[in-house]
Design a protein around this ligand. Structure first.
Ligand code: ZN
Length: 142
């Protein structure tokens, strides 16, 4: 019985960090970054949803349901702002804005069910690029 106690303490430690406000905000930001149904922007409507010429996709599928990225608040700089705050409160260190993004660390404070949205949003917002399974931050113009 006593051997289990440190494990339980560890779980509480993780839970506490996940309840930090910037971390909670980051997860709700990810949830709200996508709206129901395919993208209805002018370009998508004109092109009847053909995204083959796009550099970043507009319509995505999560759990078998089509969703679209909400452009108004998901520019790369928007994503960076919430990510920076969550990173700082969770890791107690400033996020390095250049070079490789420690995606495992980001996933550590991202709800498991939000992981697909996280990866999609990092790429679609232009904030980060995946090369051979590694994520690299792309410099953001303000
Ligand atoms: Zn669109």
């Amino acid at each position: 019985m006593s051997a289990e106690e440190p494990l339980i303490a560890d779980l509480f430690e993780v839970d506490k960090r996940l309840t930090l406000k910037p971390v909670v905000d980051f997860n709700s930001y990810l949830r709200n970054a996508f709206g129901d149904g395919p993208c209805r922007c002018h370009r998508c409507v004109e092109g009847a949803g053909d995204e083959s010429s796009y550099s970043h996709r507009h319509t995505f599928e999560f759990d078998g349901r089509q969703t679209h990225r909400r452009f108004a608040n998901t520019a790369g700089s928007d994503v960076l702002q919430v990510l920076k705050k969550a990173w700082l409160s969770y890791t107690k260190a400033e996020l390095q804005l250049i070079g490789e993004l420690d995606i495992a660390a980001v996933k550590g404070f991202t709800d498991t069910e939000q992981h697909p949205r996280l990866l999609v949003l990092l790429a679609a917002s232009g904030l980060a690029r995946e090369v051979d399974g590694r994520w690299h931050l792309v410099a953001q113009a303000d």
